[in-house]
Design a protein around this ligand. Structure first.
Ligand SMILES: C[S@@+](CC[C@H](N)C(=O)[O-])C[C@H]1O[C@@H](n2cnc3c(N)ncnc32)[C@H](O)[C@@H]1O
Length: 329
């Protein structure tokens, strides 16, 4: 047991004054210390709403994204207890750190894992899911209501719709219900593509399928009234890269949306990433509205049977609806 670390945890818990904290830190107390409960000084301060302590610890280099044994971060503790000032301070720290380092999403892809060779591996189709060769879910049927809501958003202006990532075809089936003038689908996995052809997607009058990675087929694309993005085995960086192309791909007045599974295993990290992606889109000239959709009821434990990783563990899904800031004014 580290005496100074323990003392710092106690001081953080009791909301000690600035001097006391400084003396401890200057004497070498480890701001990243985990006590017997697996909690850091920052988690203790956040849990008890001592915003001044949170600021000092963050300033001294305490990691904002450390996790407790139950996978909660300091921000989760502040959020759960309703400590607004501590929460805002941690949120700001998280956004700043991720803007500079992008540490979480660079090591985690959409479904929360590293999947470099996904496009070369076999996939397994079943009625309620599409899995990769390691039994990680590429797409699951519980997302159907979400996909229907995404389709409604991107089809709101009619016209020409682009969807990236066919998966189980849930969003594309929903898009078809809006009878778009033209419906372009990009799919990169050979077996998913084959299945699209087998199930008649290649024969629909208004559908154009482009086989390949979106990164490679960009020169074949036009501009669209609605765009949806939902790939697998990619990182936040890929989503960011895709966003750089929006000014060319999205027509004036168009609507863009994407599957918002960012850090879907941790409520606070998810909030950080919702802010981050909105900020980055704003820098490109797009406003983002996040529409809350409750998902708790369609996500019982049985849904995850046979699936290697739960890529979504939160009660509410925030559906992004993005449009040019000029259009939204
Ligand atoms: C999560 S699923 C999409 C689910 C779909 N939204 C639905 O409603 O069923 C992701 C799909 O993106 C495809 N994909 C992965 N990387 C891609 C890329 N770089 N370009 C195009 N498609 C990609 C995968 O093969 C998979 O079919």
């Amino acid at each position: 047991m580290d005496q100074l670390g323990e003392q710092l945890c106690e001081a953080a818990k009791s909301g000690a004054d600035t001097n006391e904290l400084r003396v401890l830190i200057d004497s070498g107390a480890d701001v990243s210390y985990f006590d017997g409960q697996g909690l850091t000084p920052l988690m203790h301060a956040s849990k008890h709403g001592h915003a001044h302590v949170v600021k000092i610890l963050l300033g001294a280099g305490a990691p904002w994204n450390a996790l407790s044994p139950s996978n909660l971060s300091a921000g989760d503790f502040a959020m759960e207890a309703g400590h607004q000032e501590a929460f805002d301070t941690l949120l700001n720290a998280g956004i700043q750190a991720e803007l500079v380092l992008g540490t979480i999403a660079r090591t985690e892809n959409k479904k929360g894992n590293l999947d470099v060779d996904y496009l070369e591996d076999r996939v397994i189709f079943s009625e309620d899911k599409l899995m990769d060769s390691e039994n990680k879910a590429v797409m699951m049927a519980w997302e159907k209501p979400l996909m229907e809501a995404h389709a409604k958003a991107v089809c709101s202006g009619g016209g020409h719709i682009l969807n990236i990532g066919f998966g189980m075809g849930l969003v594309d089936t929903a898009i078809q219900q809006y009878a778009p003038v033209k419906h372009t689908i990009i799919e990169a996995h050979p077996e998913v593509y084959e299945r699209m052809l087998h199930t008649g997607w290649g024969e629909k009058d208004n559908v154009k399928i482009i086989f390949g990675r979106w990164q490679d087929v960009l020169p074949q694309l036009k501009s669209y009234d609605g765009i949806f993005f939902d790939t697998y085995g990619e990182y936040y960086e890929d989503l960011r890269e895709f966003h750089q192309h929006l000014p060319v791909l999205l027509k004036p007045g168009g609507i863009y949306s994407f599957f918002n599974g960012l850090c879907g295993g941790n409520a606070f990290f998810h909030v950080v990433y919702c802010h981050l992606v909105s900020l980055e889109l704003e820098n490109l000239g797009y406003s983002t509205q996040l529409i809350p959709l409750p998902v708790k009821d369609c996500l019982g434990e049985e849904v995850w049977e046979g699936v290697k990783q739960k890529y979504w563990q939160l009660d509410t899904y925030y559906l992004p609806v993005c449009q040019s800031i000029q259009d939204s004014e």
